[in-house]
Design a protein around this ligand. Structure first.
Ligand code: HAM
Length: 419
């Protein structure tokens, strides 16, 4: 039997889980600082939640199957559809705006590269019910607060921002119907990975002429918001909102992290406005996180739309980046006391001592078998205990335990009450 986990998936041995918990601890703490509440949903959902028809990669990568009752199900590739389902389920009874977060495990049948795997954990931060860019400014602040906590700076990470409304305007000017908007965005996103001819062929199928693609590419290559504004007009919604966002970012003191990047579109169909992605400034890795505004997703599920925006932040690329920057912490097991009975007849009292210490909130590793003293010292050292508590026949008969301080090697005999 092959003992490796399925390709693209991970086992989490304790040392790896220690790191994961550390990372999730930062996700949770930053969410708390911004008053986001945690939610969850099943990892298995109805397949129809994901089968959008805009040509997205994520749909081809779906882990889908039929259950024994013939239902078509899928492992969630992302959390946004589940979150939308939750919001729709509660309908009008939900107090808006809501600020929620989650850390789901997501599944995608990906081609494996550094930082891309077939399962990953994804911190999701979303706001429902705010149509203004104040929501984007707030969630970008969540993001940069997180980076700062980990010791990353704008020298390490850049958050690229743009707006799909720019592309929407270009398409509208070219007379392309609204329902082509999402599939065109998905195709444009593929320009980096696919030959231009293939993208053009796809566009032609969607009714977009080559000269419109030229115009899109020309705008995408512009390096400032002013240049885009000059080309499509100052009063364009996308341009205006990006301007507002950049101004608000200055009030948050996060402007130095952000960079307007006209070429950013993102590959998911549902985004409708501002989109953003964080990347390492060295451009060595895939996107660290990505998100944007999706004001029309709920109606695609048959509900009433509520403005929404958010981001997903995977655990894989950030780990690679922290490794490269030497910012991964050294995390050791943390035990307060190792309790060691010297001989089988002292096991019972040792268990009592351990219980007593645990009831005071200490983490206690009770030695459960007959072992030599030398072993106990080595073990206490290995598990990072601060004290080794020894129960020896002579001392115990006098109601004493011997406490060895692992850091200083000092030893004292104490009565239980002083332990
Ligand atoms: P996404 O860009 O598909 O967006 O994924 C967001 C992030 O999840 C990526 O930037 C990356 O950190 C991580 N990620 C995605 N796929 C993989 C993979 N195969 N292996 C490792 N990490 C991965 C979404 O999923 C949107 N639902 C995010 C969102 C939330 N938008 C609004 N709210």
């Amino acid at each position: 039997m092959n003992l490796s986990p399925p390709r693209g998936t991970r086992d989490f041995f304790p040392e790896e889980l220690r790191y994961r918990n550390w990372l999730f601890g930062h996700f949770r703490e930053v969410a708390r600082l911004f008053a986001f509440e945690e939610y969850d949903a099943p990892v298995v959902e109805s397949e129809e939640l994901y089968t959008r028809k805009a040509g997205e990669e994520i749909v081809d990568q779906l882990y889908s199957f039929q259950d024994k009752g013939g239902r078509k199900l899928a492992l969630r590739p992302e959390m946004t559809p589940s979150l939308s389902r939750l919001v729709l389920q509660k309908g009008g009874s939900l107090a808006l705006p809501l600020k929620w977060f989650s850390i789901p495990q997501c599944w995608r049948y990906e081609r494996m590269t550094r930082g891309r795997r077939r399962e990953h954990y994804q911190w999701n931060i979303d706001v429902f019910g705010v149509g203004e860019v104040t929501a984007e400014a707030e969630i970008l602040s969540v993001l940069t607060t997180f980076f700062s906590r980990l010791g990353l700076t704008p020298d390490d990470v850049v958050v690229k921002i743009s707006s799909r409304k720019i592309l929407e305007t270009v398409l509208a000017e070219a007379g392309i119907a609204d329902d082509r908007f999402a599939p065109v965005c998905v195709l444009i996103d593929k320009l980096e990975k696919m030959p231009r001819e293939a993208v053009e062929a796809g566009m032609a199928e969607l009714g977009v002429a080559a000269d419109v693609i030229d115009r899109i590419l020309q705008i995408a290559s512009m390096d400032s918001l002013d240049a885009v504004a000059a080309s499509i007009g100052e009063d364009n919604d996308g341009v205006r909102e990006l301007g507002q966002l950049l101004t608000q970012a200055e009030s948050y003191g996060i402007g130095q992290w952000l960079r307007f990047d006209a070429s950013l579109v993102r590959g998911l169909a549902y985004y409708t406005g501002i989109v953003f992605e964080a990347a390492d400034t060295g451009a060595q890795l895939r996107a660290i996180c990505g998100g944007g505004r999706y004001d029309r997703l709920l109606s695609s599920f048959g509900g009433k739309d509520i403005p929404a925006c958010g981001f997903g932040f995977g655990d894989a690329v950030i780990t690679e980046l922290l490794k490269d920057k030497g910012l991964l912490p050294q995390l050791d097991q943390q035990v307060d006391d190792v309790v060691f009975p010297f001989g089988a007849e002292l096991r019972q009292p040792a268990a009592e001592v351990a219980s007593r210490l645990r009831s005071q909130g200490r983490s206690v590793d009770l030695v459960l078998e007959d072992k030599k003293m030398k072993w106990a010292f080595r073990h206490a050292d290995q598990v990072g205990a601060s004290r080794l508590v020894l129960l020896a026949p002579e001392e115990w008969s006098r109601g004493l335990v011997r406490v060895h301080d692992m850091a200083t090697s000092e030893e004292r005999d104490l009565i239980l009450a002083d332990l």
